[in-house]
Ligand binder design. Structure first.
Ligand code: XMP
Length: 511
């Protein structure tokens, strides 16, 4: 285990992901975590992350100095590096100019273990105002840049390493190598964190925990709940019941696709219940136009439908949740990151389902690890690489009132869009893309006839974390083809527009 001690920087999850890419398991903890707790976890290494503060200011995040005296290798990154120097007797000061962006770093100590296999001059990502003007006693400078006398330093005898730049960011070309050197060579981690062992261990753990108990799972067809369901099915077979609520706001044919995989004709042993609640949802949503009201109705209705099904099944021992690690960190339980978005998973927990305990088998995984686990479990690729789809579904991609006819329009347009994106080979490249139905109707001409129909908006964004995003640059020919197909094939549409807005100020979804 490596511990990533979070000082509130923006790349903290990235640090943890990179460490795991080195096949080393790590967890993120807030800098407020007690030293005794850290010691009790017996980590092989500790990484201090960046953060927005200045370490010499009185109320800035800090840590017990004893952390550096445990003999456990410590790597400080950016703020973490400055804090290490500051606390151990070096000096950190405000620089005249901020060093920001891709920067050439010149390695002074080429035999430093951190830089093993790294080029003597290497491009790194810098982002700092403060700089280390004097290293702490016992430390040696191991690299510098044109503007920064100390880009990294180390005290080998004490196992302490400091790096001013961000090896976790992809712009640091040899950053992963540096982190690998730290966790594998300096900390001596074995590198046995692999998805096949995760899957095996989880199956064993689930069997032990569940015994001959009954388990209930809400299956949405998304990646997380699908992987969780298959994991449980492999562990406990038909002690598992999955309830799949088709709320009529899914993508075209999606309900049937989910049923094909998880239903009785599919390869998995489990009890599958599909609830066709389309009409029920449409009637609840009739006349409702306000986005939050729509979201609320969809979420609450989901809980009600689920509860009704659960009642038929009777008491169960466990309820499965598809929580993944970023959910844990973002809800403020893991690291120091502020609560960034309140969790907009459908609904929340049902109040009236009779269960004793929750099982969250994916709680420790990042999204890409969930996908790897999915592949390891033999789940079809098109399901594993399915793009994110919001819980409220097409309900928030139809601006204004939702009707069955509008659902049909947006489903058909979206299916064409996805088909053409896949044909152009862009489907794994673009972060998220979909068609939405604007509530706008306008005049057009088709054949010799005047039309007065809806406008479809196409959205496509590239993003790392879905908190910021930029519109994707889809080739014009592809957009043109999509436009002409939608207008020709989807009744009720006479205009197609491409949404260029980035996030912020826009959000990815329309409502
Ligand atoms: P926004 O629209 O907030 O979307 O920029 C960011 C990401 O979150 C997804 N999203 C949701 N996912 N339930 C979900 O499970 C929701 O209510 C919800 N709203 C937005 C959205 O698809 C995008 O990936």
């Amino acid at each position: 285990l490596v511990i990533v001690l979070d000082f509130g920087g923006q790349y903290n999850q990235l640090v943890a992901r990179r460490v795991r890419e080195c096949n080393v398991y790590c967890e993120i903890y807030s800098y407020k975590t007690d030293l005794e707790k850290i010691k009790a976890m017996n980590p092989k290494g500790i990484i201090l992350t960046g953060g927005p503060n200045s370490c010499y200011e009185a109320d800035s995040p800090t840590y017990s100095k004893e952390l550096f005296e445990l003999g456990i290798p410590v790597l400080g990154l950016c703020y973490g590096a400055q804090l290490m120097m500051h606390m151990l007797g070096g000096k950190v000061e405000k620089a005249d100019a901020r060093e920001y962006g891709k920067t050439e770093v010149i390695i002074d100590k080429t035999d430093s273990k951190i830089f093993e296999g790294v080029s003597p001059k290497t491009i790194c990502w810098m982002s700092h105002f403060d700089y280390i003007s004097k290293v702490a006693p016992g430390f040696e400078i191991t690299s510098h840049t044109e503007n920064c006398p100390c880009a990294s330093a180390e005290n080998v005898a004490e196992n302490l390493y400091a790096i001013q730049f961000h090896p976790e960011v992809l712009h640091t070309q040899e950053g992963t190598k540096m982190l690998y050197n730290f966790v594998r060579n300096i900390c001596g981690c074995a590198g046995d964190w692999r998805m096949d062992s995760f899957v095996e261990d989880q199956i064993k753990a689930i069997r032990e925990k569940v015994g001959d108990g009954k388990v209930l799972c809400a299956l949405s067809g998304g990646v997380d709940s699908s992987v969780a369901a298959v994991l449980l099915s492999k562990a406990i077979g038909n002690q598992l019941t999955c309830v799949f609520v088709d709320h009529g706001l899914l993508r075209k044919n999606e309900g049937d696709e989910v049923e094909a995989v998880f239903g009785p004709e599919g390869p998995y042993e489990l009890n599958f219940i599909r609830v066709n609640a389309q009409e029920r949802y449409y009637s609840k949503l009739k006349g409702v136009t306000e986005p939050e009201a729509k979201r609320k109705i969809i979420g609450e209705e989901f809980i009600r439908v689920f509860e009704e099904e659960a009642k038929k099944i009777g008491a169960v021992d466990f309820l499965v949740q598809g929580t993944i690690y970023p959910d844990v960190v973002e809800s403020g339980l893991g690291g120091e990151s502020a609560v960034i978005k309140s969790h907009h998973n459908v609904g929340g927990l049902p109040d009236h389902v009779d269960f004793k305990e929750i099982i969250e088998p994916l709680r420790d995984l990042f999204k890409d690890e969930v996908r790897k686990a999915g592949l390891e479990l033999g789940i079809p690729e098109n399901l594993v690489f399915r793009q994110p789809f919001p819980g409220p579904g097409l309900g928030i991609r139809i601006i204004g009132e939702v009707t069955a006819d509008k659902v049909r329009i947006v489903q058909d347009a979206d299916a064409i869009y996805r088909e053409e994106i896949a044909k152009a080979g862009l489907d794994r490249e673009i972060g998220q893309y979909f068609a939405a139905l604007t509530n706008m109707r306008s005049v057009g001409v088709m054949g010799d006839e005047r039309t007065y129909d809806y406008a479809i908006a196409l959205r496509a964004v590239n993003t790392i974390d879905f908190m910021t995003a930029e519109s994707a640059q889809i080739p014009y020919e592809v957009l043109n083809k999509v436009m002409s197909r939608i207008i020709n094939e989807v009744r009720g549409v006479n205009r197609v527009m491409y949404d260029l807005t980035s996030k912020p100020p826009g959000t990815i979804e329309f409502e």
